[in-house]
Design a protein around this ligand. Sequence first.
Ligand code: ADP
Ligand code: ASP
Ligand code: MG
Length: 411
Amino acid sequence: MAILVQKFGGTSVADAARMRRAAQRIINAVKAGNSVVVVASARGHQTDHLVADALELNPNPPKREMDQLLSTGEVQSVSLLAIALAAMGYDAISMTGSQIRMVTDSVHTKARIKSIDAERIHKHLNEGKIVIVAGFQGIDEFDNITTLGRGGSDTTAVAIAAALGAKECEIYTDVDGIYTTDPRIFKKAVKMTQISYDEMLELASLGAGVMHSRSIEFGKKYDVRIHVRSSKDEIEGTIITHEVPQMEGIVVSGATIQKDLAKITMVGVDNIPGNAAKIFAHLAKAKVIVNDIIQTEVSPEKANLSFMVAISDLDSTREATASIKKEVNCQDIFIREDIAEVSIVGVGMRSHYGVAEKMFGALAEAKVNIDSITTSEIRISCAVDEDQAEKALEAVCFAFELDRPANLRKY
Ligand code: ADP
Ligand code: ASP
Ligand code: MG
């Protein structure tokens, strides 16, 4: 029997009516002849509420305890879903991350999956059960509960699909697919029928909260087709898959805005071999994920080094850079928290010229100042003032006609 993995996000299991609707989707997949594994997120805003409860007691809660606490949201969802399915006459078993031996590293609040014991899931599927797994959580080698980072249930689902050899993973959410940009910010965004793993990985890493970026890495590596669709309507969503030749024809597939960032500039670092290595060794030791590194030589003796980090890593970054400041003879450290990044992504950029010019021109026309620019083969990102971010996104979306389906764009 084919194995299908279905993931239901927080909104899709938020109350009893939506739980029943999710349960009906699962039953439909069973009736269609699939062995079904379900991954569920915490209900509604449960994770946010748990975070708030912890912060009320301690502004700097121990990360291990945060994981222990946040994992309970998903545990409630999976048992309730199994209870709902039982009421509808179906045999389901709920499992926590530790019960399926979803082993991760020990980096609390942003752990990475190392292995999954697929046999534990197969055993229950072979008994004819629907297996419902708590998303977002795992266990480290010392039996501590870990979590995969906000939005991590997507990664649980795709990783399980990969471990079970499932060909498809359905992601049921509150939008009916992947749009050219976040439809909550740019109302005219349009839905895509398909998008490549590489583009989706860039979009997800650059702030498109619709998918957890690690899930796309698993999908690409283990060849899992990901179908992002609405838990409300039956209509087809967006397929995330390998690149096909016609994707090259679309110059810009999507745009994003990322706000929870800080930009660090280390001014006047001694321009000698080894200093950048020393700085980033300190950041790595503090488990900080660094993006958009720019180093500029300002004189034969001195260089400026800047990079972006997530706001959640800012305290660790402050400590790490302060502790290395003297050793690399850095004159000053500037930190900007009022910064956002607007990015465009598309595999077609590899073979089209004039894309950067068009983006910068659109921002100039909208009177948005560009703080810094970073690029990869398939993306261009501009750091801008946070209070201009929405305006910048809108300007860029209109410039690349992201308010129209790809086949109707002139560009
Ligand atoms: P879930 O709880 O189901 O995991 P999320 O809130 O994590 O749902 O993701 C869905 C949300 O992602 C949408 O409501 C939408 O506002 C946001 N989003 C951001 N970028 C995009 C995009 N490019 N396409 C679709 N949705 C997007
Ligand atoms: N419940 C977690 C969160 O809100 C994980 C998820 O929903 O994917 O981030
Ligand atoms: Mg999500």
